[in-house]
Design a protein around this ligand. Structure first.
Ligand SMILES: O=C(O)CCC(=O)C(=O)O
Length: 277
């Protein structure tokens, strides 16, 4: 068990697929990640997008897979408590780092994050995985990410949706597809009628850990004055292998591995923490 967790937190994660962990990251990590986000904003990658529904209200900025060129993020990956926390939540011998994702909703950004789950975006199969959603600003409950509790246990996969249009990814190669049936993400109404919705008001230092198969979505940023800056890091456990998807995945890399190979074999996805350490 990690020093940052209680058995209750671990049980909640496994049952609900999302849990809030309070006061995990000290000021050192909060400031470090803010510096990394500022560096990312000054030099966004080709993956970045800045979404604004009317071009006037605040934007929803997204970028990812930049940790190797942002020293603050690299340090967070290797040295922050995130890897250790994830190994315990995943019940894995180790934590492999997959990638980071910056999600900033500027003040009054009215772009929703559509309901989705993450694993179908990735060419990753296996059940031991975890994202650590770390806010760098206070996020009140009305702006908080919402999670459909226990949806990770439904044994269902959902087609990925573009954040810009909320449309499904285009299917471009059914031949290579694993024998997984991909469903349309259910409507907002269906999710609210059929699942307990979990959301957490959080402040810098807290984080939300969630499973990559948990359905989640978020409203726009209702604050007129405060951004909602977030670093989400993606972690994989000892059963994670490369899977085949019928669309171009995000990120569009298998780390140089073939279908079925364990992610630990890729240099692109570093092993950060092991139980024996
Ligand atoms: O921050 C958000 O609005 C959504 C976060 C998300 O989808 C993720 O981290 O996977």
């Amino acid at each position: 068990m990690s020093e940052y967790l209680t058995q209750q937190i671990v049980d909640d994660y496994r049952r609900d697929g999302a849990v809030c962990i309070r006061n995990v990251f000290n000021n050192y990590w909060i400031e470090k990640v803010i510096e990394g986000i500022e560096r990312n904003l000054k030099n966004p990658s080709d993956y970045s997008e800045s979404l604004s529904s009317d071009g006037q209200s605040g934007a929803f900025f997204n970028d990812y897979c930049n940790w190797r060129s942002i020293p603050e993020f690299e340090q967070y990956v290797y040295q922050s408590p995130a890897a250790q926390i994830c190994a315990a939540l995943m019940d894995s011998e180790y934590s492999v780092f997959y990638h980071e994702h910056v999600l900033i909703k500027e003040a009054a950004a009215n772009q929703l994050t559509p309901w989705h789950h993450d694993q179908a975006y990735y060419p990753i199969n296996g059940f031991k995985n975890c994202s650590i959603w770390m806010p760098l600003d206070p996020v009140p409950i009305e702006t908080a990410v919402e999670f459909a509790a226990a949806s990770h246990l439904d044994n269902k996969w959902y087609k990925p949706r573009k954040f810009a249009t909320h449309l499904n990814y285009n299917i471009n190669n059914n031949d290579v597809c694993d024998k997984i049936a991909y469903n349309d993400v259910p409507s907002d109404q269906y999710i609210r009628d059929n699942y307990k919705i979990l959301s957490f008001d959080v402040k810098p230092g807290d984080c939300i850990a969630f499973h990559m198969r948990t359905l989640h979505g978020a409203p726009g940023n209702l604050s007129e004055s405060t951004s909602r800056r977030v670093l989400s890091t993606r972690w994989l456990g000892d059963d994670a292998v490369i899977g085949a998807r019928p669309w171009i995945t995000s990120p569009p890399t298998t780390g140089g591995l073939d279908i079925g190979q364990n992610v630990i074999q890729s240099k692109e996805f570093p092993l950060i923490w092991t139980r024996s350490k």
